[in-house]
Ligand binder design. Structure first.
Ligand code: AMP
Length: 395
């Protein structure tokens, strides 16, 4: 039975959102459609989800004590992580005390560290992955590269969005790759994973929803990454029925092992009929923003349903669609989207501006969404819209 009271009363459902970026903002909006009281948390004030939540707290979510203090103060029905960088051992303690962590505290703990999730996928579940080794020192790292062979990919075990990641094409690049890995990781150095380079035909995110009525797989999302960071995505990615079946089997297996209710972004590499597991995020995925235009229920709407223990009897797919990230570079706390009217001239185009309070270096500040008769046309439409947009950086 799923009951939802009105906000700010003893019957309310309260959610603490750990992470208040653009994905969290959409989750907050979708939860609020059900009258949920959303408390947004992040390390800086004015974060996107804070701008739509009923209240917020500014703190480092890697600080377990600070996080626990906010949770004990707010006493939420749900703790919903939006990012990986959270004191996940503290989430395990909070879960033991009776708090509900989405999808489970153990899932957030395992997926925070590439080692945890890779060992679960490859060694416990027997899923196909790239060859890999872990290394904690430069010596171990060089030996691991020697065994895996070139080309290979190096990533800090605590990292995301391409931070600290590089490809080693020959042994001469080894020293530089180690240096990059030690500077780019979330924990500031430490253990890395060395992965055999997968020469895939294409890569996908298979969004998988675990909800009260079962597990639903969405149409595969293809995407294009630059330096490990997503720039464009499209749905559906054409796949052979055989490859799609394998992808669903892998996604079903890993999400069942992680457990709980919510949406999962399962990242897979596809080469011919072979499907290789790469990683999984137990939360909405950036490449899944395309679902804001391609489906009746976006990945955020589905996440809200799932975490509230509501069923997902159907997801209606509207048609081929694309998303294009608006990434800008600068150093400012004021910027302006110019010619937005021109961007929206064509039918089948939408935009989302995230409202980030400042830009320091590269920052994703919005996304263009487009839909058309084919994926190719949708991608071209998104590109046309993007080319009409200017971002003015105020000094
Ligand atoms: P990740 O942070 O692990 O999702 O990696 C970011 C991106 O780097 C992926 O989406 C791929 O495009 C690329 N990548 C990561 N691992 C490999 C690999 N073993 N072989 C080839 N490309 C990879």
């Amino acid at each position: 039975m799923a009951n939802i009271g009105n906000p700010f009363t003893p019957s309310e459902k309260k959610a603490v959102l750990c992470g208040s970026g653009e994905l969290g903002k959409e989750v907050a909006i979708e939860l609020e459609r059900y009258g949920v009281n959303v408390v947004a948390v992040d390390k800086y004030p004015g974060a996107p989800a804070m701008q739509v939540a009923q209240s917020s707290h500014v703190l480092s979510m890697l600080d377990g004590d600070a996080l626990a203090q906010v949770i004990e103060e707010e006493k939420p029905d749900l703790i919903i992580p939006e990012v990986e960088a959270i004191a996940t051992p503290k989430l395990i303690e909070l879960e033991e005390k009776g708090y509900k962590v989405i999808p489970t505290a153990h899932a957030t703990f395992l997926t925070m560290n590439r080692e945890g999730i890779r060992r679960l996928a490859a060694e416990e579940l027997g899923l196909p992955t790239s060859r890999y080794e872990f290394a904690s020192t430069e010596e171990e790292f060089e030996a691991a590269v020697g065994r895996i062979g070139c080309p290979c990919v190096v990533k800090p075990v605590m990292s995301s969005s391409g931070h600290g990641q590089s490809v080693i094409r020959d042994a001469s690049q080894m020293k530089e790759a180690w240096k990059i890995s030690q500077e780019g990781g979330r924990a500031g150095g430490g253990k890395v994973i060395v992965e055999g380079f997968v020469d895939f035909d294409y890569e996908i995110t298979l969004l998988t929803v675990r909800h009260s009525a079962g597990t639903t797989f969405l149409k595969p999302i293809g995407h294009h990454q630059v330096d490990g960071d997503y720039r464009e995505s499209w749905q559906p990615q054409a796949m052979s029925p055989e490859a799609e079946k394998k992808a669903q089997e892998i996604a079903g297996s890993i999400t069942a092992a992680l457990g709980g209710h919510g949406i999962f972004g399962v990242e897979l590499f596809v080469k011919g009929e072979d499907v290789i597991f790469s990683e999984v995020s137990p939360r909405p995925h950036d490449t899944g923003m395309v679902t804001m235009i391609s489906q009746d229920l976006s990945e955020f709407a589905l996440h809200a349903r799932a975490v509230l223990d509501l069923p997902v009897p159907e997801v209606r797919f509207y048609g081929p669609s694309a998303s294009k990230a608006i990434v800008v570079e600068g150093n400012t706390s004021e910027y302006e989207f110019i010619d937005v009217d021109k961007v929206l001239e064509e039918p089948g185009v939408q935009v989302r501006f995230f409202g980030k309070p400042e830009i320091r270096g590269h920052r994703r500040v919005g996304v263009i969404l487009a839909t058309d008769e084919t994926v190719e046309k949708a991608l071209q439409k998104a590109e046309r819209a993007y080319s009409k947009l200017k971002v003015k950086i105020h000094q």
